[in-house]
Each structure stands twice: as C-alpha cells, then as structure tokens.
Design a protein around this ligand. Structure first.
Ligand SMILES: Nc1nc2c(c(=O)[nH]1)N[C@H]1C(S)=C(S)[C@@H](COP(=O)(O)O)O[C@H]1N2
Ligand SMILES: [Mo]
Length: 227
C-alpha cells in the first residue's frame, strides 16, 4: 500500500510521478468507478436480454482485411503523448487477460468470454490524457465510429483485445484488434480499431447519430436516446 502521507515530503517519494498524480486526481473525481459493479449471480443478465451460446456477428457488412503489416493504432487529440503504434509496438505493451460477458443491444448476451490484449489503463498510462479530455471517439478500418466517456473507456474491465478464447481474434469479430468495453452495450466495442481521438466534449458516433443512446448502459436499458 502506498503511504500517501509522504506525498508532501521535500523531494517527493519516488512514486510521485506525474502519472501517479493523474491517477490520484482521477480517483478523487470518481473516474474508473463506473465500470466496476459487483452483482449477485442472479442479476447477471441485464433486463430484456437473453443468453446465447454461439457468438453472433454484427457489423455494417464490411469486414476489412487488416494484416499485421498494415496495422496501425493512432492515439491522438487531448493527450500529452500521442502515439502511432505498429503491430509489434502494440504487442510490446503489457498484456492482460480478462473474462467478461457481452451484452448486445439486439438483446443477446454471451457469458464468460476470455480476452487477451492491452488494458485501456495501460494505454492511458502511455498517452496521458490532458486535463480537458472528457471523452474518446473511436474510428475503425470499416469507417465505423463510436464515442465513450473517458471514465467508461478507462473502466477496469476494458481492453484492446487481439485474442479470444486463447486464439487470435478472427476477422469477422474485429481481428486483428478490437476494443472490448463489457459494461456497456456491445456496439461501443469497436471492431478493427484504427484510431482513438481524445476529445474535450462528448459527441455522437455512427449509431449514436442514428438514434442509439450516447452511453448505452445495459443495466439501465439505455438502448435508444430519449430525444
Ligand atoms: N468497426 C465496427 N465495430 C463494430 C461494429 C461495426 O459495424 N463496425 N458493430 C458493433 C455492433 S452493433 C456490435 S453488436 C458488435 C458485434 O461484435 P461481434 O460481431 O464480434 O459480435 O460490434 C460492434 N463494433
Ligand atoms: Mo449491436
């Protein structure tokens, strides 16, 4: 455990980096908290959802072919350290494994998906969002886009996934790399992710412009926007 009483020591403790301070500030502001909700097993399925065992494929009908050689992830906008990662640089980031449930707005849910990839926390550590960053816009190789509030993007469970169930993510499910934000409806989990733009005001992506909810919390059934 970090002793925070050291924070004001003359030279500052070695862990008092800019990064630590940003994380502390986020923690104080309550960021990172929205994605983490412990629920009893009986409430595992959100309202209006049904369980499936297969894994449906949903997209705009274009499944772009992105060979590792052509892969690039551009992270820019309101960040201190914009990056453009090729496939090797992406795989060189810390690798994590998560197990979580998928909830699609078309009412299917799929339990216990095992993902491998880079946690959004580790990506945030790398790029360092600016104080005025409040949301991200995700852009994909098929022209798709979707928006997330920074605290949703930064959820404990969110990751940039390149493998599912121990095998490389297939093209139809967004390979070589997709976002997975399990606490929101699955349209927020951009497949074939190409760029992440940190922005100072939330704005609508592809489905959000067409009547879907700006946030998409399945527990609150945020399927469509009210207006
Ligand atoms: N790039 C891209 N990502 C996308 C989509 C898309 O059309 N293009 N569709 C979204 C929708 S509506 C859903 S439900 C999930 C489906 O992911 P799956 O095909 O792996 O089940 O991807 C989301 N991410
Ligand atoms: Mo969807």
């Amino acid at each position: 455990m970090t002793d925070l009483s050291d924070a004001g020591a003359p030279d500052g403790p070695p862990e008092d980096t800019k990064l630590t301070r940003t994380k502390l500030r986020w923690a104080q502001e309550g960021k990172f908290l929205t994605g983490r909700v412990a629920r009893p097993e009986g409430e595992r399925l959100p309202p209006g959802q049904h369980l499936v065992k297969d894994w449906p494929v949903l997209d705009l009908g274009i499944q772009p072919m992105v060979p590792p050689m052509r892969f690039r992830l551009d992270v820019s906008g309101a960040v201190e350290n914009p990056v453009s990662l090729d496939w090797d640089a992406f795989l060189a980031l810390p690798q994590k494994s998560f197990v979580n449930d998928i909830h699609c707005v078309t009412t299917w849910s799929r339990y216990d998906n095992t993902w491998q990839g880079v946690s959004t926390h580790d990506l945030l550590d790398l790029v360092m969002p600016a104080p005025h960053a409040v949301a991200v816009m995700l852009h994909s190789f098929d022209g798709y886009s979707t928006n997330l509030l920074l605290e949703d993007f930064a959820s404990e469970d969110a990751l940039l996934a390149h493998a599912w169930a121990g095998a490389p993510l297939t093209r139809e499910h967004g390979g070589p790399m997709r976002l997975v934000v399990p606490h929101l409806y699955f349209w927020k989990s951009a497949k074939w992710l190409k760029s992440i733009d940190f922005i100072a005001a939330d704005k609508a992506g592809f489905w959000e412009e067409r009547g879907y909810h700006m946030r998409g919390d399945p527990w609150a059934e945020q399927r469509y926007s009210d207006d």
